[in-house]
Each structure stands twice: as C-alpha cells, then as structure tokens.
Write a protein that binds this ligand. Structure first.
Ligand SMILES: *Cc1c(COP(=O)(O)O)cnc(C)c1O
Length: 436
C-alpha cells in the first residue's frame, strides 16, 4: 500500500494536509490551492477493462487514491454511486464531432457532480463533529443551485445561500429557494459582490467562527474539483474510434478542464485538449507568450465562463511542472465571440438537428477549428448545460421553442421561501446567530 496522497498548497507557505482537511478547509491558509503531492496512475487492468466497468466502479477506482483512506471503502463507494446516478451520454453530432452531455443531473449543468460528491464527503466528515457544519455560499446563479441540490438532505450539514435580489433568473431563483429542509436562502438587497463580501466577512469573524463550524462550497475545493475527472473517463469509455479523441472543454475558472488533464496524466487516452473560451480568453495569451496576465471579466452570452482570472490556472501549471512547452504541445485554445456562438447554435441546429447551449456552442466552434487544421483526428465537446437554461438566446437564434423538462415545470410551480436582508454583514451575522 502506497502512503496516502497529501495535498500541498500551490503557494507553498502552508503545511500539507490530508484529503479530509483539504475538503473541510477549502482553500489553504496561505490562499493557495491544494494540489495532490503525486498523481496516481490508472491501473493497467482498469484501462484494459475500461468498457466493462460500470460508472460507479470507474468513479470509485479513480477517486479512491485521492481520498487516501479518509473515507472507508464501502462509504466511498456509496458516495460515488450517489454522485453519478444519472446519465452521461456521448451523442454523435457529425462524423467528426460528438457531444458528451453533462446536463442530465438535478440542476441541468455539469456542476452537479462536483457538488454532490463534495456534499457527501463533508457530510461524512462532519458525522463525528459535535457541531453541525454550516456551508455559506454567495452565488450569482448556477453554483448556488448545484450546491443547494447537492447538499439537500445531507445530515449534519446546513446550507445558507446568499443571492442578489432580482439578479438571478427565475429558474435559478426557484432552484435556490424552494428546496427547504437543510437549505436556506437569503435574498440580499444588493449585488453579487455584496453577497460575496458578506460571506468573506463571516469567515474572517473569529467570534462567529468560534461558535459555529463554518465552511465554503467554493469551486476550488478539492472535493469539487477531483470528481470532475469522471466525465472524461465516461466519454472515453463510450468513444468509438481508432485514435483517442480530441477533447474540447468550454472553460471559465478552468476547474473542469484541469480535471480532464489530470485524468490524462493518470493514463486516460486523449489525442489533444482544446480549451474553448468566450471573449474572456486570458489563457490564449499565456499559450502565445508564456506570460499570464489576468483581465477584468467582460459579460457574454456564455456567462458561466465570464472569468478574467481563472483560479485553477495555477493547477495546470503545477500539473505540468510549469513547463510552457509541454502545456502548449498538449493544449490549443480558441476564442469564440458571441456572434459566432449564436451562428453556431443556429447552424448546428439547422444542419444536424442538435440543440447546443451557448457554452457547448463555444466548444463546438473551437473543436471544429482545431479539426479542420488536424483532419486526422475526431473528438468530442463537453456540453456543460442544458439549452433550456438559456431559452432567450437559444430560441431566438433557432426560431424553435424548447420543450421544458418536467423537472423544471414542477419547480416553477413551487413556493419560494427566502429571507430578505439588507446588504450588510450585521444582517447576516444576526441571521446566523439566531440559528444557534
Ligand atoms: C461553470 C461552468 C463552466 C465553466 O467551468 P470551469 O470549470 O469554471 O472552467 C462552463 N459551462 C457551464 C454551463 C458552467 O456552469
């Protein structure tokens, strides 16, 4: 038995920790991101037997080394099964491009897998704590709904979500405010930045944190990041082709693509990676010049990718030993404008009767460009959200009405429950302490 994997901080100023501690802490005290101290290799028999494994088995075998024994095998297997209990179909669109659909989970976007896995790990770790864990999240939309759905019913964990009043879509608001049970929503009379500042102040409040076990469900948490490797394995498992696929990932904070690269370094076959960005394309500058210059985010129609300073970029550097040459040999990046995104949704629907969401369309166009320069390959995109989450864009460019899934229809009929508060920390603190 190898020694368990430990996690070091990418800033190298904090001590290394176990999976358990990294999950509970989220971010390292020196503000770095936790990174595994070695990359486990997929066993040869696992790779040889790939197609015969169930998705539960594949998830479990992939994540087990990273958990380092902090969760017993039977519990971990159960957590994996619950995390992936929906479909991840690879759907062919053209001869050379397929779509790995990651939107069949409860909130219709790929963040469900990470949120479900993390919530169950945290639930497990908090079992032996005397105090309940309270997860505080500020959201501008999708993250909050994936976290809320992921933590629903997890024992020993309460979730408090802050969202800016009037600034999330109706579907998103319903997803945040109708679950009840251990999920509470605070409707803040301010902006997303106000919500985020209030949450940060709570974590920094020593008096409060001495009385409450507070944690975050931020996307840099290793328990949200690492299980994203599963998608790539499922995609490659379903892949029919002589050469391994080119994999194209629509990217914002780069957590998703970095998980794919990690799986590849562990032995998962792939011919190449393509990172698809909207106008927020800091990474393409890095590929060109080897210098990384964060920019302010600009708004686009693929808004989950509107990130000017992708927090997981540092994990890509770490994974390849800061070797720009290795990175630029394995990865291409393309920038796709809103106009091209709209044209792509329209033309793929017209020519192939496949409905892309704006994020998937950015990826489709990027992969098409790469394959036209490298015709010896074929590949797949990660379709990260259901088109019904973006009805305005998708319906206007295709001229077609999107059928609303039953799950969303049921949701819209439910009663919203949220507590309206002013955008000040004192209001959040009063709310939290009243619950003690
Ligand atoms: C979060 C998100 C992305 C970006 O993923 P990162 O891991 O931040 O790169 C892409 N598409 C959708 C629909 C998302 O919700």
């Amino acid at each position: 038995m190898d020694t368990p994997i430990k996690y070091y901080s990418t800033n190298k100023q904090s001590s290394t920790v176990s999976f358990r501690e990294a999950t509970i802490k989220g971010q390292a005290p020196d503000k770095g991101l936790y990174f595994p101290d070695r990359i486990p290799q997929l066993r040869e028999d696992v790779i040889a037997n790939f197609r015969n494994l169930t998705k539960e088995e594949l998830a479990y075998l992939t994540i087990r080394p990273y958990v380092g024994g902090d969760i017993p095998d039977t519990d971990l297997y159960k957590i994996c099964s619950e995390t992936v209990n929906f479909d991840f179909p690879l759907v062919q669109i053209t001869d050379s491009i397929s779509s790995l659909e990651l939107f069949h989970g409860p909130t219709l976007a790929f963040k469900d897998v990470g949120a479900r896995f993390m919530s169950r790990c945290l639930g497990y770790f908090s079992k032996n704590e005397k105090q309940k864990v309270t997860v505080l999240v500020a959201t501008s939309g999708d993250t909050g709904s994936a976290v809320a759905a992921g933590f629903l019913g997890v024992e020993g964990v309460d979730v408090v979500i802050l969202y800016p009043s009037g600034k999330v879509s109706k579907v998103q608001e319903q997803q945040l405010t109708t679950l009840g049970h251990n999920i509470s929503a605070l409707e803040v009379q301010g902006t997303f930045d106000d919500c985020q500042a209030m949450v940060k102040q709570a974590f920094a409040d020593a008096e409060l944190t001495s009385r409450m076990f507070l944690t975050s469900a931020n996307s840099i948490n290793v328990a949200r990041w690492l299980p994203q490797q599963f998608y790539y394995l499922y995609g490659v498992q379903q892949w029919q082709g002589e050469t391994p696929p080119v994999i194209c990932v629509p990217s914002g904070n780069f957590g998703n693509v970095c998980a794919g690269l990690l799986a590849h370094v562990s032995g998962m076959p792939a011919s190449h990676f393509v990172i698809a960005c909207n106008d927020n394309d800091t990474f393409s500058g890095y590929l060109r010049t080897a210098a990384f210059t964060p920019k302010d985010a600009v708004p686009t129609i693929s808004n989950a990718m509107d990130v000017g300073n992708p927090s997981n970029f540092v994990r890509i550097l770490e994974l390849f030993g800061h070797d720009h040459q290795r990175i630029s040999q394995l990865i291409h990046s393309y920038t796709v404008s809103d106009d091209t995104t709209r044209e792509t949704i329209a033309s793929v629907y017209k020519d192939h009767h496949y409905l892309l969401d704006p994020h998937g369309a950015v990826a489709y166009h990027a992969l098409e460009q790469y394959l036209s320069a490298h015709p010896q390959y074929r590949g797949f995109i990660l379709e990260t959200a259901h088109p019904v989450k973006f009805p305005d864009v998708v319906e206007s460019v295709t001229g077609t009405h999107i059928e609303i899934p039953d799950s969303i229809r049921g949701l819209m009929a439910q009663q919203k429950k949220a507590t309206l508060i002013p955008p000040h920390y004192a209001a959040l603190k009063d709310y939290l302490t009243a619950r003690l």
